[in-house]
Design a protein around this ligand. Sequence first.
Ligand SMILES: [Zn+2]
Length: 275
Amino acid sequence: MDRINATTLVLKDFQGVKIHTFVSPYAYAANATHIIETANELVIVDTQFINPLAHGFRAYVNSLGKPVNRVFISHGHPDHYFGLAAAFADCKAYSLEGINTIIGEWGPQMIKNQKPTFGDMIPDEVVVPQYVVVPNTSEIIDGLIYEYEVVESAESEVQLLIKLPELGTVIAQDLVYSGVHIWLGMGWFENWATELQKLANTKGYDYILAGHGLPCTKDEIHNNIRYIETAQKLFKDGLSKDDFKTALLAAYPHRESPMMFDLYLGFLFGKMGSH
Ligand SMILES: [Zn+2]
C-alpha cells in the first residue's frame, strides 16, 4: 500500500456516455485529467505533468479499448501539457490558438526550469497541439455536443472551457481547484472571482470537472471564490511570502496539496514570468 502515491479514478456513468477522471496523488498537486467515453471513441482532456503519471493515465485510456479521437489541452501550464509529449504524442491535440502559441514559446523554458527538480520525470521537449479550437463554437464528436469558450486573465492568461450541455457537465479545469490549495501565481484575484461567479450563475450545469482535485459541484466554486478573496486580502495587506502561506494554511487547514504554495509563491511575490 502506498498512500503518498495513490492516484484516484472517478467514473461518472451517464448511461451511454461515461466520464472517467484520473487524479494524480496530492503530493503531485492532484492534477485531474479526463476521458469522455462515447459509444465508439474517447476524448481526452489534459495529460498529466510527470512522465510516470502520464504513462499511467495513458495505460488507463488504452484499457478502455477505444480509439482516441483527440486530446484537448486546457491551458498553457506545463502540469497540463507535459504529458502530451510523454504519452499522447501519437494523438491529435487541440487547443485555443493563444494557448498553442504559449506552449510553443514558453514550453522549452518550462522544461529547462523544471529539469533540475524533476530530471527524467519530465519530457525533454514539448509537443504543441497541432489543431485550433475556435471559441464560441460547438461541434458534435461521436454523437455528443461540445461547446467551446475562452476564459481570460483568471488562473492563467487564457484557458479553454468546454461545456457538455447534454450531460450538465462543465470541464472547468484550472478555473476551479477542488479540495486542494489554489495556484495563485498570476495574482488576478478579482477577475478570477468574477469568472467563477459567472460559472456559478450558469444554469443547467451541476457536474464540475476541476483541473486539480476530484470532480465537484457548484458549492466548491463558491469555496474557491471565498479562498481567492481571502488570499487577495492577505496579499493586499502586504504580508511576507511566509506569513501569507501560514495565514492561508491556517484559514484552510483541510485543503490538500500544500505543496501548491511552493509552485506559485515565486510567481506571485517575485518577477518570475508565467502565463
Ligand atoms: Zn494546473
